[in-house]
Design a protein around this ligand. Structure first.
Ligand SMILES: C[C@H](O)[C@H](O)[C@H]1CNC2=NC(N)=NC(=O)C2=N1
Length: 96
């Protein structure tokens, strides 16, 4: 399904309302690194996000080692950032 890619202005406005997210060098994704108290906390967080991602049909690219989770959000169908990434980032910000 074609999903609209954010304009640079929309992207910058979105980044302003998010916390802890940085734009990847190529401008096509946003990333955030999280540190939890232990693996159980980290994986519990990932479980919550995974269930939400499935409901939203929008899935993060992420890396976990012990209590650290590195998350990258981009919309493959848009070839860059879309409002789905912003919505997913807002959800993640609300559960960390
Ligand atoms: C078929 C399925 O709806 C699509 O592949 C969805 C699945 N999850 C997705 N997740 C992300 N991050 N980007 C997408 O374009 C995307 N597309």
């Amino acid at each position: 399904m074609a999903i609209a890619r954010l304009t640079d202005a929309e992207r910058d406005a979105a980044l302003d309302k998010l916390s802890g997210w940085t734009l990847r060098d190529d401008g096509l994704a946003i990333t955030r690194s999280l540190k939890f108290s232990d693996f159980n906390e980290a994986f519990g967080f990932m479980t919550r996000v995974a269930l939400h991602a499935e409901k939203a049909d929008h899935h993060p690219e992420w890396f976990n080692v012990y209590n650290k989770v590195e998350i990258t959000l981009t919309t493959h169908d848009a070839g860059g950032l879309s409002m789905r990434d912003v919505a997913m980032a807002e959800f993640i910000d609300s559960v960390v």
